[in-house]
Ligand binder design. Structure first.
Ligand SMILES: Cc1cc2nc3c(=O)[nH]c(=O)nc-3n(C[C@H](O)[C@H](O)[C@H](O)COP(=O)(O)O)c2cc1C
Length: 415
């Protein structure tokens, strides 16, 4: 198969150094990378770095007499299968949107017929600025693909959207756009695993109209599903109430109430090699859901009697078969690690991810998370990072545990 040729455009933002990692990952995935830099990008990182790693001249200025190609912007632009800009400044986005061609990279954009993917990174105010958003909309209308920045702590010490998406995700999306199969992209370390994940919150009916629920969005569970699929696993998700779309390539089964989620999990469990309980399952549900809408007339107060819901994690642990690994999440507000450890013991888990949901940048509905990853023999901190990146860290730990518990090998019991 001919190598896929990527033109990597690097612009003058603080995240310019991350373009090196993007280039390396693309090369590892079998792509041939040629790099173009804006003059401002060279203030952050030397062209020599890219030149040494690609063994090609890095074009900054096509007027430079040292440039081996006299009409580089035309030749470069026609010899690539994708123009990928990492990181993209607000400035280059504005120039692309307006058709300005006053340097090599912007001339290349105009001269190219290859698809274009842009991964912006900038201060949150620059990102939210009406002009920037307007330029992005124009480029999207022109067919340009974006890898949106994520929320997190920015170089300027503010927290907000503007941080470059994880380099792994950028490369993943670029390869997806070019329809490069995951095997070529190198994502096979979880092949053979069948991962069952619960996702989202549950809804416990009070009557046909009302329910008790929680703030879970499903983002963490879906990030795990997406990461596992990208690494070659087969993934089944039992989804409760979620506010985001499931990733491609996963089987989705619905389990909206705790009881429905329990039933769906027990049906799917025999096929799973790994169970991950990422859903926020209600501990209690109304003891008797009313068949008809409860009327408020004549009631100043209302008392709901609640009953315990079935404990999915404990039951999974109880029923598990040879080689199955069981992973739980513990979302807490105080003594997070202490509660998580006792959850691990009580429920016989192999791994627990402990979240302080009150921490800034962590917990429900956020695109980022902060956690402590606990096994029986280790404890490691996962500092503020995107949920997608955290998903990969969790899967790395699962593969670590797998070394001690081969799939389908005899286990000594539940502990
Ligand atoms: C220290 C420093 C960091 C910067 N970081 C960013 C950034 O992350 N994103 C951005 O859009 N602009 C950033 N800028 C501003 C750009 O460098 C500036 O708009 C420049 O004109 C961009 O040129 P280029 O798009 O041709 O590379 C930064 C400037 C400085 C001095």
């Amino acid at each position: 198969m001919a190598k896929i040729r990527i033109g990597l455009g690097v612009t003058g933002g603080i995240a310019a150094y991350k373009a090196i990692e993007v280039m390396r990952l693309l090369q590892k995935s079998g792509c041939e990378v040629s790099v173009a830099m804006t003059r401002h990008a060279t203030e952050f990182i030397q062209p020599l770095t890219f030149r040494a790693l690609t063994d090609k001249h890095v074009i900054v200025d096509d007027y430079d007499p040292a440039n081996p190609d006299p009409i580089a912007h035309i030749n470069f632009s026609q010899e690539i299968d994708l123009l990928l800009i990492v990181p993209a400044t607000a400035n280059i986005i504005a120039k692309f949107a307006s058709g300005i061609a006053d340097d090599f990279l912007s001339s290349t954009y105009l001269a190219s017929t290859a698809p274009v993917m842009i991964a912006p990174a900038m201060n949150v105010t620059m990102w939210e600025q009406a002009a920037t958003q307007r330029n992005i909309e124009r480029l999207k209308a022109d067919g340009v693909h974006f890898v949106e920045p994520v929320a997190g702590e920015l170089a300027c010490k503010t927290v907000g959207t503007g941080k470059l998406e994880d380099v792994e995700n950028i490369v993943d999306q670029a390869l997806k756009l070019l329809a490069v199969p995951p095997a070529v992209a190198g994502g096979t370390d979880m092949s053979g695993e069948q991962i069952l994940i619960t996702v989202g919150g549950t809804r416990e009916a009070i009557d046909p109209v009302r329910f008790i629920s929680n703030h879970s969005s499903g983002k963490m569970g879906f990030a795990l599903a997406e990461a596992a699929v990208a690494r070659g696993a087969e993934v089944t998700v039992v989804a409760g109430a979620v506010s985001v779309e499931p990733p491609e390539g996963v089987k989705v089964v619905s389990g909206i109430s705790a009881q429905e989620m329990f039933d769906a999990v027990m049906t799917e469990l025999p096929d799973a090699t790994v169970f991950i309980g990422a859903a926020a399952v209600a501990d209690y549900a109304p003891a008797d859901a009313a068949d008809a809408k409860i009327k408020k007339e004549g009631r100043e107060t209302m008392t709901l009697e609640l009953k315990k819901t079935p404990d999915i994690l404990s039951e999974v642990s109880e029923r598990r078969t040879e080689g199955q690994l069981v992973v739980g999440f513990a979302a807490e507000t105080n003594d997070v690690v202490g509660y998580a450890r006792s959850k691990m013991e009580k429920k016989g888990l192999d791994l627990v991810i402990a979240n302080d949901i009150t921490a800034k940048g962590a917990g429900f509905n956020s695109d980022t998370n902060i956690a402590t990853m606990i096994t029986r023999s280790s404890e490691s901190e996962l500092p503020l990072m995107s949920k997608r990146k955290m998903a990969d860290k969790i899967l790395d730990e699962i593969l670590n545990l797998r070394k001690a518990v081969p799939a389908n090998a005899a286990r000594s019991g539940n502990s």
